[in-house]
Design a protein around this ligand. Structure first.
Ligand SMILES: Cc1cc2nc3c(=O)[nH]c(=O)nc-3n(C[C@H](O)[C@H](O)[C@H](O)COP(=O)(O)OP(=O)(O)OC[C@H]3O[C@@H](n4cnc5c(N)ncnc54)[C@H](O)[C@@H]3O)c2cc1C
Length: 419
């Protein structure tokens, strides 16, 4: 449980070594008591977990707040991948959330707390579990599972999910242009992928390519050291700067026949996992809003203008209430989504609605948080600038806000407005 307060003028990076549970040393020195409702979980969502998961949740949350949150800022500024932090995430079991039998709510709350500490790392862990471990576990052969799952679940190995292309984003399902052709005992892959998370550091990529024989979109495990595979980091992103997104070129890349995912011989199975990963972004959106609330509240309790704390001004109070309301609405929506997911009732329409709604709210929440902090809201050193940029990615990836809205409206009208 972290009150996340800071002495005026001290950035989170400067305070990294002093952070304590309850009132921090800096807060005590500044005479600031821990605020009420330090967890900001006003709807008691965490209480829905069974006791053993509540215990594990608290342990991971403490680690993320004390170790990852402050440390991530410098990595974010430098667009650098924190290999050491990722290894520590692995020790807390965050690479195995897909297969360790924990509840959907617990998994979702892990994504919330990851995003509350650092959105890039929540993206890494989310894609890893939902789209890499999930794909291999559910669509892979026994040999593929034995080869990859132990390292993946320990987070000592990382995969990339390579679907989007330079010329096809929103229309990827119909437009996908990367090809696969069977040549004797090998598949030969040709094409280009864009925006692929962890593309420069991954051990392998799950590459989606169209089989020239039957025109079906299929999933292939392509080891990144295969001749013809090149990945170039996309630099100067305004958000998710820790995640190493890449442009990938596949030039006559030859892989064994056995690298085809046997459950991914058309796009329908992958679509089920993409539905779940849409829902995962909803958890991220709830987490980023809790982070925005944490940062905005502590800043408003410390920063004085006109002789009193910002928190005493009505307009500031309204913004804090709105950020917390948005965060609580998002978290409550996601908790109910976890329930229907647990019951096997989750469909694309609910996942798309959760994704579009929570990311819309997240964008509004970080914009309020940014303006509430005045000039310091611009600097990533005060965290809010980092959240502000990261929210833009949540709004766009896993299907843009517009595309997810179109999916919802198509489902409830029976009319497609895509084209
Ligand atoms: C940081 C980051 C990380 C990513 N990570 C991955 C990854 O790991 N793996 C991966 O495969 N992909 C990844 N992506 C890709 C992401 O999923 C796409 O960016 C997204 O689907 C949008 O595609 P696009 O960028 O090509 O935009 P476009 O499809 O070109 O869309 C541009 C704009 O047009 C709108 N638009 C498009 N079609 C319509 C329509 N019919 N009606 C109304 N509006 C429309 C869109 O909503 C958007 O606002 C990532 C993207 C980013 C930015």
């Amino acid at each position: 449980m972290q009150p996340q307060g800071r002495a005026s003028g001290a950035t989170l990076t400067e305070e990294a070594t002093q952070r304590q549970p309850a009132a921090s040393a800096a807060e005590s020195a500044a005479g600031i008591a821990a605020p009420p409702f330090p967890d900001a979980d006003l709807m008691y969502i965490v209480d829905l977990l069974p006791p053993e998961e509540q215990f594990r949740y608290q342990e991971v949350r403490d680690f993320l707040q004390s170790r990852v949150r402050a440390a991530s800022i410098d990595y974010w500024n430098r667009e650098e991948f924190p290999f050491g932090l990722v290894a520590e995430l692995g020790k807390y079991g965050l690479g195995g959330l897909q297969t360790d039998g924990t509840s959907k709510l617990f998994k979702g709350l892990m994504y919330v707390e990851l995003a509350r500490a650092d959105v890039s790392l929540s993206a890494l862990v989310g894609i890893h579990n939902e789209l890499i471990v999930g794909m291999i576990d559910q669509l892979g052969s026994e040999e593929q599972k034995a080869r990859w799952l132990p390292g993946l679940t320990a987070l000592t190995q990382i995969g990339a999910f390579a679907l989007t292309e330079p010329e096809h984003g929103s229309d990827i399902a119909g437009g996908l242009a990367t090809t696969a052709r069977l040549d004797g005992g090998e598949w030969v892959i040709n094409g280009a992928k864009r925006w692929i998370g962890a593309g420069t550091i991954a051990d392998f990529a799950v590459v989606w390519a169209r089989d020239v024989a039957d025109q079906q979109i299929k999933g292939f495990i392509v080891e990144t050291d295969r001749p013809g595979y090149t990945a170039t980091k996309i630099a100067n992103k305004i958000g998710l700067r820790i995640m190493q997104n890449a442009d990938i070129v596949l030039d006559e890349v030859r892989i064994p026949k056995a690298n085809l995912l046997p459950g991914a011989t058309d796009f329908s199975k992958a679509n089920e996992l993409l539905r779940d990963s849409r829902a995962w972004v909803g958890w991220q959106a709830a987490g980023i809003q809790l982070a925005a609330f944490d940062v905005a509240r502590s800043y408003s309790l410390e920063r004085k203008q006109f002789g009193k704390e910002l928190a005493r001004f009505q307009l500031i109070q309204q913004q804090l209430a709105e950020i917390l309301g948005n965060a609580s609405a998002s978290l409550s929506l996601m908790a109910q989504l976890a329930r229907i997911q647990e019951d096997g009732q989750l469909e694309m329409v609910q996942a798309a609605m959760a994704k579009s709604t929570t990311t819309r709210l997240a964008r509004a929440s970080v914009a309020m948080g940014r303006s509430l902090m005045g000039g310091n809201g611009i600097s990533s050193d005060y965290e809010m600038g980092k959240l502000f940029g990261d929210a833009e990615i949540l709004y766009t990836y896993e299907g843009s806000y517009e595309i997810n809205s179109l999916i919802v409206a198509r489902a409830v009208t029976g009319k497609s407005a895509f084209v």
